[in-house]
Design a binder for this molecule. Structure first.
Ligand SMILES: [Zn+2]
Length: 391
């Protein structure tokens, strides 16, 4: 038994296809994409754009209970302090928020998630297998003296996930919260095929590594972290931390609000030398929420960066919806084409999370999920455009 779909536009993961019909089996496995004349009858006609399910490359499902808790536009340091100090809730409340947030992602057409984990609270929900996950177990700890302790804590959590799920990594939280010793352990950890890191989310991060100054000093002081051992490298954050990674891996850099052209040239060279494959994940609504800033998307594109998108968590976003991230980018970068945004959200995301053998495009044998986007005019998303999963 087959199902056949036509739509105003079909986006196959890479480009728009004209006058084609998508054929799947009843479970949603792609059988073919053929021209209308060859498709026969019983075609279900859809109004809108039909595209593969979205890949949310950066989320923190475990922070879903913090929705609306942190005020907007406080800047990163106050945001981090708020998350550290206010994330502790009754477990039942956290679990219920996780379930609601996953439902929201599912309804908004998301099929796979790169999810940051600092605890095991999302395991029960993920075991329902409604979405695909890559679990990024976060290690942090800036003073070198705690490196082993903190890495072993992450390793414990990693084992809990690895017992249940095949896709997991141990990853650094951010350049300013991880010591060179932990970076080395993460680089050497055999289970790691994909790494992700919060990168250059604030200007203070570059100030700290370049000159040892800036707002991060206030964060360490308020958290009681002694940083007397620290010596600035005289280089930007990215140029300081990226050389810790020397082994063939995928590397997803998240945020990149203060990443410069020089940083991109540096990363390209280092990636080529060490066979790293880099992806730059944008979470525009979280950037607007926290600091009211956005990354230089045009510059990233000029450097032919592999761009992917993420929602970040409900602590720094009003919703977990990839279409809302695309709308924000379209609004601020008028020349961005919808096909580019959709490619970032589908096939690029699936490559970043190493799920491109099954997700991200309408190619034979894949089961990417079928999403219908309604509310599109002249291939631009209208304010009220909506995405929904249809298979
Ligand atoms: Zn994040």
């Amino acid at each position: 038994m087959y199902r056949k779909f036509s739509a105003d536009h079909i986006f196959n993961g890479y480009s728009f296809r004209q006058q084609e019909v998508l054929i799947t089996d009843t479970a949603g496995v792609i059988v073919d994409l053929v021209c209308e004349q060859e498709a026969g009858d019983n075609i279900e006609k859809l109004n809108g754009i039909l595209c593969p399910g979205f890949i949310n490359v950066h989320c923190h499902l475990e922070l879903s209970h913090m929705k609306g808790l942190v005020p907007k536009h406080t800047g990163l340091v106050d945001f981090v302090l708020a998350v550290v100090n206010e994330r502790h809730f009754e477990e039942a409340e956290i679990l219920s928020a996780i379930e609601i947030a996953e439902n929201e992602m599912l309804q908004n057409g998301i099929v796979a998630v790169g999810d940051i984990c600092n605890n095991t609270l999302t395991i029960a929900q993920k075991m329902k297998e409604r979405l695909w996950y890559h679990n990024f177990i976060e290690a942090s700890g800036f003073p070198p003296a705690f490196a082993e302790l903190r890495f072993n804590r992450a390793l414990d959590i990693y084992h809990n996930y690895a017992e249940k799920f095949p896709r997991n990594s141990i990853v650094p939280h951010a350049p300013y919260s991880v010591s060179p010793e932990i970076f080395a352990m993460i680089n050497d950890f055999a289970g790691n095929r994909i790494i992700t890191i919060h990168n250059q989310e604030t200007a203070a991060e570059n100030d700290f590594f370049e000159k040892g100054t800036g707002d991060l000093l206030r964060m360490y002081r308020q958290m009681g972290i002694d940083i007397s051992f620290f010596k600035p490298s005289g280089k930007s954050s990215l140029q300081t931390w990226l050389p810790h990674f020397t082994k063939e891996k995928k590397m997803i850099l998240v945020h990149n609000v203060f990443t410069s052209a020089a940083d991109l040239s540096f990363s390209k060279l280092h990636a080529a030398n060490c066979k790293l494959q880099t992806f730059f994940c944008l979470c525009p609504n979280a950037n607007l929420y926290i600091s009211n800033m956005l990354p230089d998307v045009n510059m990233l594109m000029q450097h032919s960066a592999n761009i992917v998108l993420g929602t970040d968590s409900l602590a720094s976003n009003d919703q977990l919806c990839m279409l809302e991230e695309m709308k924000t980018l379209q609004h601020h970068f008028k020349e961005l084409e919808l096909s580019t945004l959709l490619q970032w959200s589908t096939s690029n995301g699936s490559r970043a999370l190493q799920m491109d053998n099954m997700l991200g495009s309408f190619e034979k044998g894949k089961k990417p999920g079928l999403v219908l986007i309604e509310g599109v005019e002249d291939l631009k998303l209208k304010k009220d455009a909506k995405a929904k999963r249809i298979l």
